[in-house]
Ligand binder design. Structure first.
Ligand SMILES: C[S@@+](CC[C@H](N)C(=O)[O-])C[C@H]1O[C@@H](n2cnc3c(N)ncnc32)[C@H](O)[C@@H]1O
Length: 176
């Protein structure tokens, strides 16, 4: 049996997911990496709120850094995970870099879960004329083969590890 167990749920107020260290598995732990846009404000508060809802926030460790330096630190610690959820830098290059580093701290028989494999592109996203234009508004990538879309990074990773990993599900999320 896995030493860590993670449930994925959706927070009620939106699309943010909460990874919950499984309550019945006392040894389970959750490590979250997020740079919070280099700002410990709203994003961090929302995470703290969502974790409190799980009743298991004492099992969670938050690393408020960029993923690549955080993952290197975890590797140096010898940390090993049963499930790694990749949903940070959505660029092709970012998804690939995160996945390759994460792979090194995945336990044998563990799972990698990628988000946004089918991230809507500009052509698919519905127009939102009611929203005023904002300098910081998220702009979907124009196409799945655009550098800002994670799909080709995820595909490249899956190709690199094809002898060792099997794709179990491929939809908006990919589980391998
Ligand atoms: C789409 S959100 C998803 C967060 C979480 N999976 C959820 O569903 O609530 C992406 C998050 O990744 C963080 N992020 C983006 N690039 C990152 C990077 N290179 N290193 C660490 N965090 C990053 C952002 O600050 C943002 O909070």
């Amino acid at each position: 049996m896995a030493s860590a167990f993670v449930i994925i749920t959706r927070a009620p107020e939106g699309q943010r997911s909460v990874l919950t260290p499984g309550g019945q598995h006392n040894a389970s732990r959750l490590v979250l990496i997020d740079h919070f846009d280099c700002n410990e404000g709203a994003g961090r508060q929302r995470l703290t709120f969502n974790l409190a809802l799980t009743g298991a926030s004492h099992k969670a460790r938050v690393i408020p850094h960029f993923s690549q330096s955080a993952r290197m630190s975890l590797l140096k610690e010898g940390a090993a995970f049963d499930l790694i959820h990749i949903d940070g830098d959505h660029s092709r290059r970012g998804a690939l870099a995160d996945a390759l580093l994460a792979w090194q701290s995945l336990k044998s028989g563990g799972y990698m879960l990628f988000d946004d494999y089918q991230l809507p592109t500009m052509a698919q996203a519905p127009p939102s004329p009611s929203e005023p234009p904002s300098l910081f508004a998220y702009q979907p990538p124009p196409a799945v083969d655009h550098p800002a879309h994670p799909r080709e990074g995820i595909d490249a990773f899956l190709s690199i590890v094809r002898e060792e990993a099997r794709v179990l599900h491929s939809g908006y999320q990919v589980l391998a």
